[in-house]
Design a binder for this molecule. Structure first.
Ligand code: TYM
Length: 337
């Protein structure tokens, strides 16, 4: 029996933060033990908003290096760059032609990002979720580990596969596309901003103090946590809707210290902020230290990363081209002579 398949990705837009790690990458690392895992750096998604061409290649490599530094093992998992596997763009076009426009117009992330872009919204930004569906469907993924904010995009990918391809077009003997399931773990699925416990930690927040990036040096991490928004109450607790910052910071401590929610809640139940914040800073610094050390090694010697991305691309291309051919056949395209 072949192992179930996993596909996921992160955009190379600026430094990855705790949300990307805890909501997504950390789960990939667990899944690679039991699943056939593909992870890509989704650079085509990164250009759906204005981008800096002088940084794109470097950010792409840096993101891939962070995957490895976080524990992705290239012997178990294929790591590749989305734009280097042409099938992603081609399947996206085929899916575009069967996806109703109004499905895309109601995507929450599109609406939120479109507001920020004003008159400058690109067709690519609207099409973002179709490209994401292509990423997933090309690999016949069973599971897609993502943070909570990607749930709607996953539903769209399922609907496109089921209603717009499988229900309308015939595969040879099986449905044309595998219908994927999201994997959103409760812990870490929604890491919130350090400056506002009601909005998620995000790369696009103009306030750098709102997020901790995986490459922040220890002093900066300590400073950001020291300045993180809190409330006047003493003692930390989970689940109090009036204390979103408390819930978030305690949740981070539970994961980063490795103690888990119950032990963290008991330990911090009576604690004041002056005692808690240094503890959280210490847990964060120690959790990130090995990642940063490995990242520096990988960036110093480009040959290892080059090799990983080359092998990853070759494996990805084989799987992706097979699926693309299946879809082209089902849609009735002429085969090359
Ligand atoms: P991106 O780069 O915006 O986010 C990458 C991953 O990080 C998760 N994430 C979070 N999780 C918890 N708390 C947060 N504050 C937080 N912020 C981000 C996201 O849910 C995501 O899992 N559209 C995808 C990229 C993508 C993709 C794919 C993912 C393109 N194609 C195919 C899976 C499969 C995205 O959100 O990127």
């Amino acid at each position: 029996m072949s192992r179930p398949r996993v596909l996921s990705g992160v955009q190379p837009t600026g430094a990855l933060h705790l949300g990307n790690w805890l909501g997504a990458i950390r789960n990939w690392v667990d899944l690679q033990e039991t699943h056939d895992t593909f992870v890509c750096v989704v650079d085509l998604h990164a250009i759906t908003v204005p981008h800096d061409p002088s940084r794109l290649a470097e950010d792409t490599r840096s993101t891939a290096a962070l995957y490895l530094a976080c524990g992705i093992d290239p012997k178990r998992c294929s790591v590749f760059v989305q734009s280097q596997v042409a099938a992603h763009s081609e399947l996206c076009w085929l899916l575009n032609c069967v996806t109703p426009l109004n499905w895309l117009e109601r995507m929450i992330q599109f609406k939120e990002k479109a507001v920020k872009q004003g008159d400058n919204v690109s067709v690519g930004l609207l099409d973002y979720p179709v490209l994401m569906a292509a990423d997933i469907l090309l690999y016949d993924a069973d599971l897609v580990p993502v943070g909570e904010d990607q749930k709607q995009h996953l539903e769209l990918a399922r609907d496109i596969a089921q209603q717009r391809i499988n229900a309308r077009f015939r595969g040879k003997d099986t449905p044309v596309l595998k219908v994927p399931k999201p994997l959103i773990l409760k812990e870490g699925a929604r890491v919130m901003s350090l400056t506002d416990g009601r909005s998620k930690m995000s790369k696009s927040d103009p306030n750098e103090g709102s997020r901790i990036t995986l490459l922040d040096p220890p002093e900066l991490i300590t400073k950001k946590i020291k300045r993180a928004k809190t409330d006047p109450e003493r003692g930390l607790e989970f689940g109090n809707p009036d204390r979103p910052e408390t819930d978030n910071l305690l949740g981070l401590y539970a994961i980063l210290s490795g103690k888990g929610r119950q032990q963290a809640a008991t330990e911090c139940a009576e604690m004041g902020w002056g005692q808690f914040k240094p503890l959280l800073a210490e847990a964060t610094v120690s959790a990130l230290e090995p990642i940063q050390a490995r990242y520096r090694e990988l960036m110093q010697d480009p040959t290892e990363l080059d090799q990983v991305l080359r092998t990853g691309r070759e494996k990805a291309e084989t799987v992706a081209n097979d699926t693309l051919e299946r879809v082209r056949d089902a849609l009735g395209f002429a085969r090359p002579a």
